[in-house]
Design a protein around this ligand. Structure first.
Ligand SMILES: Nc1ncnc2c1ncn2[C@@H]1O[C@H](COP(=O)(O)OP(=O)(O)OP(=O)(O)O)[C@@H](O)[C@H]1O
Length: 359
């Protein structure tokens, strides 16, 4: 298959010094949903689902995106695939190793090309596959829509994609209901791969599956990454899986990244109190380990993204908060080792880490 799908236009962006290994450079990304009220449906406020994110995704890596429900993970993924139009910021795609294209703003043909390069795998394989379509239609549809294959060539490509994800080619005339949850997720993965993408966004891709099939799908994702030089943005609640799969992790709280680090540093030496609290809730199979670790129960609810607190959004729940935390928002700052944190007191706190597998 050709990689013509990655030939997105340059959209007039100056080439910055981000390094050759960067595939996606996201700057000040925002997605604010209007809250409409009254007869005239005028915006009465905004839900700041994504509120100024800065991060890069490097070629070939798996970047994890974690945080509690409602913190903006899915909204971020949907902005990156442009199924939502961001309300602000830039998504610079370095597809050809030349000048990047600002995906946040491209339209029509360039957007269609970009959507070949960045694909998404969804959480629920039951609802994300159309029950009235055969596997041939589901997996082959992107190839048809993009005018890449039809007729017998399409069948050949679908057969090959099914084999790639561990399904038998003769299944292509069957409907999704004939398959288990794990098999359906394999179909979703085959569909995502059909356009030979560079970046795959997996949004809770294994969360809905039985524990017994999760490992199989994880292994498949890892094999595909090695074979096809894929880059992943892996969105998950499950920190044990994130520790196992991801090279780096971004922790989100109420539309913002509060910590970003390589996986080993994040799990063994978290720098943000919110990360520490999330890690303390990772279930431990070892009872001795369980006894030694105290779970940090956060007080209060996740802040409302339509009416966030002043200063650091986390300060009303933070066990280490000081007066400045209620008045000044801490920027996401580089710690000098490539990792970054948004906390006024990161250097002064001695936070507890844990590794989900070894303790
Ligand atoms: N279409 C929408 N209109 C208005 N608000 C929305 C919309 N989609 C999401 N939101 C709000 O944006 C915030 C972020 O939601 P999002 O689904 O991105 O979070 P999440 O971290 O992915 O949560 P989960 O893990 O539960 O999927 C939430 O407050 C949510 O209610």
């Amino acid at each position: 298959m050709t990689t013509a799908g990655h030939n997105v236009g340059t959209a007039g962006i100056a080439g910055d010094n981000v390094g050759d290994d960067v595939l996606l450079d996201v700057r000040n990304l925002q997605l604010h949903f209007p809250i409409r009220r009254g007869l005239m449906r005028r915006p009465a406020g905004y839900v700041r689902a994504v509120d100024g994110l800065d991060f890069v995704i490097r070629r070939g890596e798996t970047l994890g995106l974690v945080g509690e429900s409602g913190c903006g993970k899915t909204s971020t993924g949907r902005c990156v695939v442009r199924s939502y139009d961001p309300t602000g910021g830039e998504i610079l795609y370095h597809g050809n190793g030349t000048q990047p294209a600002d995906i946040a703003k491209v339209k029509s043909t360039a957007l269609k090309q970009y959507r070949r390069a960045i694909r998404m795998i969804f959480q629920d394989p039951h609802s994300s596959l159309n029950p009235r379509m055969t596997l041939r239609d589901i997996v082959g549809e992107p190839l048809k829509v993009h005018g890449i294959a039809s007729g017998s060539e399409l069948d050949e490509r679908v057969a090959s994609l099914l084999q790639t994800v561990g399904l038998r080619p003769e299944y292509m005339s069957r409907y999704p209901h004939a398959f288990s949850g794990g098999e359906r997720q394999r179909v979703g993965i085959a569909r995502a791969l059909s356009l030979d993408p560079r970046l795959v966004i997996a949004d809770e891709a294994i969360s809905a599956l039985d524990v017994s099939v999760r490992a199989q799908i994880l292994n498949l994702l890892q094999d595909l990454q090695a074979d096809r030089h894929l880059t992943y943005l892996f969105i998950s609640h499950d920190l044990s899986v994130v520790e196992y799969l991801c090279d780096r992790v971004a922790v989100m709280y109420v539309g913002k990244i509060v910590e970003m680090a390589d996986t080993a540093s994040l799990f063994t030496a978290p720098q943000h109190p919110y990360t520490e609290a999330l890690l303390s809730a990772v279930p431990k199979p070892d009872p001795l380990l369980r006894d030694r670790r105290e779970r940090i129960v956060l007080s209060g609810d996740v802040a409302d993204p339509a009416d966030p607190p002043s200063g650091c959004y986390f300060h009303p729940r933070c066990p280490y908060a000081q007066p400045i935390c209620a008045t000044e928002e801490p920027p996401l700052r580089d710690l000098g080792n490539g990792n970054s944190v948004a906390c006024h007191f990161a250097e002064e706190l001695d936070l507890r880490g844990v590794t989900a597998h070894t303790g």
